[in-house]
Write a protein that binds this ligand. Structure first.
Ligand code: CA
Length: 242
């Protein structure tokens, strides 16, 4: 596959635990970031269950004509079911949940599924575009025209997600397909990146180290920490060969 990839997760500067988890499977073109929540270490249990379920269900060879959106939907559904089941077994885990953003690629086409406020960005040339739309309270206000994107980024309620795995019997991911071209970058991240760095700052770092996926991951995490490191930060970079 003509895609270089790397991933990095960091506790950040303030949080006692890292409740994020990630999956980087370059062999099968499967990548995911999960951002757990729930207190008392339950967040890392939820994100861990989600990543493990995705690994089991998606990290395997696929036929060229595989229905990837259907595979993604089934894997996310199973993740949700397992987290909820674990919460039913143990009261400590009753209110845990996790976001998920997953990218599956064959080296050209890229399918992105997400639930919650973990994001995927496409960096192409001198532009950056968010491929996901946050399932969050403040993003709903933005969509309704009640506040601006800039206000949303500073709003104290910005951590409130409106969809998460483990929170209900049915979870509906958004799934999009993108055609990746030579030189494109796809960046997956938890909100610990994008609450510390705005889109232009992410773009600037991406432009300076585009084809060095590992170096870009390290630079993004370092920049988020330099900006305060208020949350766990997880980044995956896919770099499509020029
Ligand atoms: Ca977070």
């Amino acid at each position: 596959m003509n895609v270089a990839s790397a991933g990095l997760s960091d506790r950040g500067r303030l949080r006692p635990h890292n409740e994020d988890a990630l999956l980087v499977d370059a062999d099968h073109g499967v990548f995911a970031v999960a951002d757990g929540m729930g207190g008392h270490a339950a967040g890392e249990v939820a994100s861990g269950i989600a990543i493990e379920a995705l690994r089991e269900l998606l990290s395997r060879p696929r036929d060229a004509d595989a229905d990837v959106p259907a595979l993604l939907g089934a894997a996310i559904d199973e993740s949700n079911r397992r987290i909820a089941a674990r919460g039913d077994e143990n009261p400590d885990f009753r209110h845990m949940g996790t976001t998920i953003v997953v990218a599956v690629t064959d080296g050209r086409r890229c399918w992105i599924a997400h639930v919650g406020d973990s994001r995927a960005y496409l960096v192409r040339g001198d532009s950056i575009r968010q491929l996901t739309s946050d399932h969050s309270f403040v993003n709903e206000l933005v969509r309704l025209g009640m506040i601006s994107r800039e206000q949303a980024a500073r709003d104290p309620r910005r951590n409130v997600v409106t969809r998460a795995l483990g929170s209900g019997t049915v979870v509906t991911p958004d799934i999009v397909e993108e055609e990746a071209g030579p030189g494109d970058l796809i960046v997956l991240c938890s909100d610990g990146l994008n609450t510390m760095l705005d889109d232009p700052a992410i773009l600037e770092l991406a432009r300076s180290r585009g084809d060095d996926a590992e170096g870009l991951c390290a630079a993004l995490v370092e920049a988020a920490n330099d900006a305060g490191g208020e949350d766990n930060v997880t980044v995956i970079v896919l770099s499509f060969a020029a």
